[in-house]
Design a protein. Structure first.
Length: 485
């Protein structure tokens, strides 16, 4: 069954003439037609197959988060404000993947402008978690995660600011990989927080993530934050069978009272699996963890308010039919009528912390805390190779369960904020299930987060692959309701 094959396997089958690329495309189109009504992952679907010369990706279908510009293809950021926006150019990432044989299936759903956490904030629909259709897939990139987890496509590309990738990957049983900040070009991607946003991948296996990373990371003259050299992974790492001489750091601050008991047990089991592979587990302190969320929720709204300022209809967006007496009312009407609740909330907060009266009191202090977090990681990585920890303090909860308590939802970011503020690479791999702590006691996926020093992605691939091959959890990535087309 193609639906349950890895990206690598499907590409090899096409190149070995075991199956045609057009047959792969048609197969996934049929799965989407049959199952997407349950998951609701897609905003726009491209049903036109393209095939040219032999290429690395062999013209397999890949889904794209609805904030990557694709020339003449609707790109909405899941917002009514940009419901009719059609870009006149391709994002750099899209250009590179198209040249290597990607068949873009167009756009997967997301939280409006990639804001919020639980995927209840899209202007169009609410994407469901394939493992429990009444629960959230979690994170602004959940459409990408749900599409791969539901086996509706072999892989997906998306962006992450701090958890929009990691939470869905943890709660949907897929592999997420984010490289160091600057590895992948941000040109042609609508920014939420420019100093944190990073394009990355959602796949079924660690090696699939490497295939896409190898094609995506490149210096881009159109992005002044782009790293100046291409990173090539040494393919000898795929032959490694154990983790001897590898020091892995478990930060004690990540195992405090906010971590659910059942998730803690699953993560501890994964850490024991790493020990069985001869990894040395070292407990190291990351004292600035407690300040990361506060710093994040000052820096990000500040950057959001700046980036959303362009959405005033004059440059982008819809125009309001409400009457206005002056230019200020014209702007207010356009933004108030078409922006969702979370973009409004962050714009207001960001404008506040950037104001002349509060800039030094809030934004400057948050930037200083960010520097301290970076230094904490640098000190820790002098003693260890990588960090391992939970992704989320809980498994997926019911849709709408926490939507009225944004502060509680923000606090769930405690494990993902620090690494993103530091611009570090990381990967999430499935590490088994945990029971929900509600009355249903439902067994739901849990992910293990592996974080490395900046520009040291190879070690992350190495450890994640060895762990994946030992546990074989990727072979169990099939929810009960999935079936053949």
């Amino acid at each position: 069954m193609l639906a349950f094959e890895s990206l690598e396997t499907i590409i090899n089958k096409i190149k070995n003439k075991e199956i045609k690329a057009s047959e792969v495309f048609d197969y996934f189109m049929k799965r989407i037609e049959k199952y997407d009504s349950k998951v609701e992952a897609f905003n726009y679907i491209n049903k036109n197959f393209t095939e040219k010369d032999d290429t690395v990706l062999a013209w397999i279908p890949i889904w794209v988060k609805d904030l990557f510009c694709e020339v003449w293809i609707p790109t909405t950021w899941s917002s009514n404000m940009l419901a009719n926006f059609i870009p006149p150019y391709d994002a750099t990432i899209i250009k590179r993947l198209n040249k290597t044989g990607m068949n873009s299936i167009w756009k997967v759903n997301m939280d409006e402008f990639a804001m919020w956490a639980s995927w209840e904030n899209s202007a169009f629909m609410i994407t469901k978690n394939p493992w429990a259709l009444d629960r959230i897939p979690w994170g602004s990139s959940s459409g990408s995660a749900a599409a791969v987890a539901a086996w509706l496509c072999p892989a997906s590309i998306w962006t992450d600011t701090w958890w929009s990738l990691r939470f869905p990957w943890s709660m949907c049983w897929v592999v997420w990989f984010r490289p160091s900040y600057g590895r992948n070009s941000r040109y042609g991607i609508f920014p939420m927080a420019s100093s944190l946003d990073c394009p990355w991948t959602i796949t079924r296996t660690v090696k699939d993530a490497w295939i896409l990373y190898d094609l995506m990371n490149w210096e881009d003259e159109l992005d002044n934050t782009s790293v100046e050299w291409k990173h090539k992974i040494d393919e000898k790492i795929w032959a490694r069978k154990d983790l001897k001489w590898m020091k892995l750091w478990v930060p004690k601050e990540y195992f405090e009272e906010w971590l659910d008991k059942n998730v803690r047990e699953t993560i501890n089991k994964a850490i024991n699996d790493l020990k069985d592979l001869w990894a040395e587990i070292v407990e190291v302190s990351l004292p600035t963890t407690r300040y990361a969320i506060a710093a994040y929720y000052i820096i990000v709204p500040a950057e959001v308010s700046t980036n959303l300022a362009r959405l005033d209809w004059v440059r982008y967006g819809h125009i309001s039919d409400l009457p206005h007496e002056n230019l200020e009312e014209f702007y207010v009407n356009n933004r108030w009528e078409w922006l969702g609740l979370e973009p409004k909330r962050r714009s207001i907060l960001g404008s506040y912390v950037l104001s002349a009266w509060f800039y030094d009191a809030y934004f400057t202090k948050a930037a200083q805390v960010r520097t301290l977090i970076i230094r904490d990681f640098e000190k820790a990585f002098e003693k260890v190779d990588l960090l391992v920890c939970p992704v989320s303090p809980s498994v997926a909860w019911k849709i709408w369960e926490k939507v009225d308590d944004p502060l509680k939802m923000y606090l769930a970011d405690v494990y993902t904020c620090p690494a993103s503020l530091a611009g570090l690479p990381w990967m999430s791999v499935p590490c088994w299930f945990a029971e929900s702590e509600d009355s249903e006691k439902k067994k739901l996926p849990v992910g293990l987060q592996i974080i490395g020093p900046s520009l040291w992605e190879e070690k992350i691939f190495e450890v994640a692959h060895v762990f994946e091959q030992k546990t074989k959890w990727f072979e169990k990535m099939i929810p009960d309701w999935f079936g053949e087309v």
